[in-house]
Design a protein around this ligand. Structure first.
Ligand code: B12
Length: 765
């Protein structure tokens, strides 16, 4: 079958114009022929045909001014974490976009998921599911530098990447010639403080892709990770040989200093782009692809700058000069700075007080605001650079001084958050107040519902259902009988990363939460659903790669996306005079799953709220089965005091009738957590599911103690069988056996769900 150039153009257009990628390329599967099978697209998804690779670049000022004093004082280079969140957003959305076009896709996370010591016959250490560097080279975006980074002609090493595997036959991008970007200037080796590019070298890594043979130095990744990942002080005397054991010893002996800005990246620019300006920085500077015209502004720049916030949901963008900021010296943050550009976000103040402490931390009001500000500021920096200017954010500037400088004209009862960037663009100054809230006149329930639906589709949500709080309360009364006062063990690790696990366990009782526990006077619950790319379940712990990373990625990224949608809907309702908040486990009847980004709401979270909102039927394991996506959907519940038209319950018995004769989920559970039957009745519908013993379930999916539930696929050697009695003592003893280095990045999944025919095909294809 021939590559589909029209489809390729559609994918690239979505990448560049909607997802705001700086570069996009495609590799056909043949280019991964020589990749280790367990970290290859074909190893993860045997039907893979293409890999889509996108890049976003580091704003130059973040690289040139970050780590200037010391690589472990990274300063504005902290933008790399914002870039990771951005790449995760792009990867997840591209997979859903490709799925909507009728193809299969598996998105790969930007970083933070890898097998420290390989897996089975995969001998590579620090091996991700897919190496984005190799994918970026295979997709023609880059070649390898001596330092092993993927370097592009446009940005050198100053770009991060993400890859999406799919079975669409897309047109591959032309490959770059080996040696066409890296000129072996050796600045990376000269400045790498861990000595990873000069010591313990083991010859070259050769990477053959089609007729091209790329090479980069074979370094000791444990040495490379000394400061970067293990936060060990780079000023310490680093031993001649660095191994996992050396790292653990030094962590115990000297503690952690902090993350490192890779000097390999900081000093790596193609000859054609680099120049020196030691009055500005001790790193090479990058020539921009555009130049400024003194005093003449491209009004497209101004319009796009002021619209950037709206894409993410921020209120407005304010441009200040030093005077407006009461004399703040902007050049402290960016030499030559002329303006401060501040992204503002306002929300109703004071509805935090009543928030139930049991609620999942991702549900805490305001938790989504920082994400909106950071993504908007990152886009603003890249936009200004596109027009030849410098721009930097995440500086030490105190936002309080901006907020103090704003006029008193701002609406009372509003809490304002902001994030400022500095630029040498002498932009026109702006008003210094918030625009009036985007309220609709006479917001009837129907109009309001329509507005919510439009906002959900703007943010690419997939489903919406509304339940009255009356109906939800009726359901919670029944759930109280089964879940009320459930005892569970809440274990925290007192030890720092890379130290042995030190459990602090508290025995708690579960409280079934009702809408009024979140918001007195609540009237409606809007449940928003977001698809999980279906191929993720199909690939989980299966095929040659037996990858568990994509599943862990979807667990956290679906929460990030749903929180973005819920934060914007909360604002929309507040702007129209209502109150709202959101929750990831509204009834507090579920738990959390161990994840590389911290514990995430498990796959059962908001199942009852989604059922009450008419979005599906409940399966035997308690997961919600939706008409189009089976159990591959995740939900956030928005609780509000707006009287919205309620949806009917989904009276489609065919959805879960197979559960009455199927026991796959129950028998797949590694800890035998399924207990007695739960019977609930709502609006004439009767549901039957099995009660989950939370202690047994958490043993596996929360505390990573059952190999089958995820840890073995990361190469851990831990499989604690469930003791007769799970109490704080037995859990304490088991947790202390977690491996000190990989322990904080578990990739656990619900085996019961993976055994369910509503989740994935069950017989191996
Ligand atoms: C693990 C990891 C680390 C580790 C190890 C680094 C490393 N070089 O592998 C540590 C913690 C040290 C690290 C540090 C940094 N990282 Co890091 N990290 C990763 C991560 C998660 C996995 C990398 C991986 O799998 N490496 C592959 C290793 C295991 O294999 P290898 O031995 O080099 O490869 C052999 C085989 O595996 C085989 N192979 C593998 N895949 C393929 C494919 C094909 C087609 C073929 C033929 C062969 C082949 O080829 C090699 C030779 O045999 C990626 C994200 C991702 N998913 O890619 C980010 C990533 C590599 N990191 C990145 C960055 C920016 C950094 C830092 C600069 C951050 C900083 N502090 O400033 C530093 C410095 C890194 C450096 N100089 O290497 C970026 C690199 C961007 C770029 N321009 O290249 C990435 C891609 C993240 C991103 N989303 O952009 N990182």
């Amino acid at each position: 079958m021939h590559a589909d150039s029209a489809l390729t153009a559609k994918v690239k257009d979505y990448a560049l114009r909607t997802l705001r990628a700086d570069l996009v390329g495609v590799a056909n599967i043949g280019r991964f022929e020589k990749a280790p099978l367990r970290m290859s697209p074909q190893g993860i998804m045997p039907s893979a045909k293409s890999v889509i690779v996108m890049a976003v670049h580091h704003p130059d000022a973040a690289v040139e001014l970050g780590g200037m004093e010391h690589p472990q004082k990274i300063g504005p280079y902290a933008i790399q974490y914002v870039m990771n969140w951005r790449l995760d957003d792009m990867s997840y959305r591209m997979a859903l976009f490709v799925e909507k076009l009728g193809f299969k896709a598996v998105p790969i996370a930007s970083s933070n998921i890898w097998r420290y010591k390989g897996y089975k016959n995969l001998n590579e250490h620090f091996a991700a599911d897919i190496s984005h560097m190799h994918a970026a080279v295979a997709a023609g975006l880059c070649e390898f530098g001596y330092n092993g980074l993927a370097i592009s002609p446009e940005f050198g090493a100053r770009n991060r990447f993400v890859s999406i595997i799919c079975d669409a036959e897309l047109s591959p991008s032309p490959l770059l010639e080996p040696g066409s970007v890296c000129d072996n200037c050796m600045l990376c080796a000269k400045h790498c403080m861990s000595g990873a590019l000069t010591k313990e070298l083991d010859g070259w890594n050769f990477v053959e892709i089609e007729d091209k043979k790329y090479k980069y130095v074979k370094k000791n990744l444990w040495r490379c990770a000394w400061g970067e990942h293990f936060d060990l002080d780079l000023d310490l005397k680093i031993p001649e040989k660095v191994t996992e054991e050396t790292i653990i010893e030094h962590v115990k002996q000297y503690g952690l200093r902090g993350g490192e800005m890779g000097s390999c990246l900081r000093y790596c620019l193609p000859k054609a782009l680099r120049y020196w300006d030691r009055t500005y920085t001790n790193a090479p500077r990058r020539k921009k692809h555009t130049s400024q015209i003194q005093g003449v502004f491209h009004r497209g720049l101004l319009e796009e700058l002021h619209s950037i916030g709206a894409v993410w949901g921020a209120d407005t963008v304010i441009v200040s000069d030093s005077e407006a900021l009461n004399g703040v010296n902007m050049t402290d943050y960016l030499p030559g700075a002329k303006r401060a550009v501040s992204i503002l976000y306002s929300q109703k103040a004071g509805n935090i007080s009543s928030f139930p402490e049991e609620a999942n931390p991702y549900s805490r009001p305001g938790s989504g605001v920082r994400y909106i500000l950071e993504q908007s500021a990152y886009d603003a920096c890249r936009l200004l650079e596109r027009f030849g200017y410098e721009a930097v954010t995440l500086t030490e500037f105190q936002e309080e001084s901006l907020l103090a400088s704003l006029g008193t004209g701002n609406p009372a009862g509003k809490q304002i958050s902001s994030l400022t960037l500095f630029t040498n663009a002498e932009l026109p100054l702006t008003e210094r107040s918030l625009p009036a809230p985007a309220a609709i006149s006479e917001p009837s329930p129907e109009k309001l519902r329509k507005l919510l639906e439009e906002s959900i589709s703007k943010f690419e949500g997939d489903a919406m259902g509304v339940s009255s709080c009356k109906r939800m309360d009726e359901l919670c009364d029944q759930l109280e009988k089964y879940y009320g006062d459930d005892e569970f063990l809440d274990a925290k690790d007192k030890a720092l990363r890379f130290y042995s696990f030190e459990p602090e366990i508290s025995v708690k009782k579960r409280r079934v939460l009702r809408p009024s526990d979140y918001l007195p006077g609540a009237k409606s619950i809007v449940v928003i659903g977001l698809r999980v790319p279906e191929q993720i379940a199909e690939a989980t712990a299966r095929n040659e790669a037996e990858a568990v990373g994509p599943c862990a990625f979807a667990q956290y990224e679906s929460v990030v996306r749903l929180r973005l949608i819920a934060t914007n809907l909360q604002k929309l309702l507040e702007d129209n005079g209502f109150n709202a908040c959101f929750a990831f486990d509204m009834s507090n009847t579920s738990s959390v799953t161990g994840n590389p980004r911290g514990e995430q709401p498990d796959a059962f979270s908001n199942n009852f709220a989604a059922f009450a909102a008419g979005l599906g039927r409940l399966g035997k394991c308690g997961a919600l089965i939706t008409p189009k996506n089976g159990t591959n959907m995740r939900f956030v519940a928005l609780i509000c005091d707006a009287p919205l038209p309620e949806d009917a319950l989904l009276d489609d018995p065919a959805l879960n009738e197979s559960c009455s004769t199927c026991n796959a989920c129950v028998s797949a559970c590694p800890t035998g957590a399924f207990g007695d039957e739960i019977k609930i009745e709502l609006g004439g519908l009767r549901e039957s599911l099995r009660k989950i013993d939370r202690k047994k379930c958490d043993w596996a999916k929360r505390y990573s103690l059952s190999a089958e539930e995820g840890n073995k696929y990361l190469g851990w050697k831990l499989d604690e069988s469930v003791p007769e009695t799970i109490d704080d003592k037995s859990l304490d003893a088991a947790l202390r056996k977690q491996p000190p280095i990989p322990k904080y990045r578990p990739c656990n999944f619900e085996s019961c769900l993976m055994a369910c025919p509503h989740t994935r095909t069950q017989s191996q294809p």
